[in-house]
Write a protein that binds this ligand. Structure first.
Ligand code: 5GP
Ligand code: MN
Ligand code: MN
Length: 331
């Protein structure tokens, strides 16, 4: 069903020369994997490519080939024929300092897999049933007839690995594992990639995790778990929000927990609320109510206010949501 859209993208790529590739703020494995994977694919076709993202690349993803060449400067729109946004659920997720410039590139292509995405772009390819943007780019590489090499295979495998929670989440299926196997055949090394991403943290990160875990509270018969990350915790452990990636999965690891929330305080006076679920609970719909979004089982939104007030308010909202939405279903 996406054949026509993919054909249009292939045509736009063939017809143009100067490409800007952009991904979302606070880039994760799928964001960086798809940013670099697509950049390398286009360079193999002889295109001129700039890969950029507003926020820094997490240190655990610095092993990816080309990560050092990703620009964090606001792009100059007149230098490009086409901008391709990858893994970027909503246009504003390119970041407040990038949005205006990216929006002025004459032709916009949106390649993404977020559910509830507000459509944008001259070509909009959003496949919410894809595990990751990297899975979509795997198909694009074959449509472009670019053979996978070790570097591109490593980029794309990284997105599959991280967006499926190491091939554990509900988006893991036969198709995903077959693509992963093909990427391994093309040179991606699963043990090496997993070690870089999951076993390369700093000692300070573990200290931070200890504090977050001591803030855990359970609600609604332990079906809801909440925790917080305060500026004080970051300060005392010498860490930043980049060190807290994945902490929320610890909350979901508890058998009874169907919904997990982590409230993260930011210097701008905003609280970032990360949500994860398991079973039938849809956190994307909850996050959308408050101006955020994401996937059924991983979503986020932001709220102004102080940490304790925001935590109390949305814990209560989540408790109610959980009660209403699980009626009659056994999760
Ligand atoms: P995280 O908890 O890691 O910040 O976000 C969880 C998921 O929700 C990620 O897949 C992220 O891309 C998505 N997400 C976070 N904030 C927003 C938002 O404001 N809008 C949309 N559409 N997705 C978001
Ligand atoms: Mn992402
Ligand atoms: Mn993704």
């Amino acid at each position: 069903i996406y054949r026509e859209t993919i054909d249009k993208i292939v045509e736009a790529i063939r017809e143009h020369h100067r490409f800007l590739i952009v991904t979302h703020i606070k880039p994760d494995g799928d964001a960086v994997g798809s940013l670099l994977g697509l950049s390398f694919l286009l360079r193999r076709l002889g295109k001129s490519v700039t890969a950029c993202t507003q926020d820094p690349i997490p240190t655990t993803l610095e092993f990816l080939a080309g990560s050092e060449s990703i620009s964090h400067e606001v792009p100059q729109p007149y230098l490009y024929d086409v901008a391709i946004l990858v893994d970027c659920g909503d246009f504003p997720r390119v970041g407040s300092s990038f949005a205006e410039a990216v929006g002025r590139v004459p032709f916009l292509i949106n390649i993404d897999h977020h559910y509830g995405n507000v459509p944008f772009g001259d070509i909009c390819w959003v496949n919410a049933s894809a595990s990751s943007t990297c899975e979509m780019l795997y198909h694009l590489s074959s449509a472009l007839s670019v053979p996978l090499d070790r570097e591109i295979a490593t980029h794309l495998y990284t997105g599959l690995l991280t967006d499926t929670g190491s091939f554990r989440f509900g988006n893991t299926n036969q198709k995903v594992l077959e693509i992963a196997a093909d990427l391994v055949g093309a040179g991606a090394e699963p043990a090496h990639i997993a070690q870089q991403i999951f076993d390369s943290a700093s000692p300070q990160r573990l200290k931070l995790l200890a504090r977050v875990l001591s803030s855990v509270a359970f609600h609604a018969d332990a079906r809801l778990a909440t925790a917080e990350l305060s500026l004080k915790m970051f300060d005392e452990t010498g860490t930043s929000s980049m060190d807290s990636d994945g902490f929320i999965n610890q909350l979901r690891s508890v058998k009874s927990v169907e919904m997990a929330m982590v409230f993260r305080e930011s210097a701008e006076g905003l609280v970032h609320i990360s949500m994860r679920s398991k079973g039938k609970v849809d956190v994307a719909t909850f996050a959308q109510t408050y101006g955020g979004g994401g996937h059924r089982q991983a979503a986020a939104f932001r709220s102004s206010g102080d940490l304790q007030t925001v935590r109390a308010k949305f814990t209560e909202e989540a408790r109610n949501y959980l009660m209403v939405n699980s009626k009659g279903s056994t999760v």
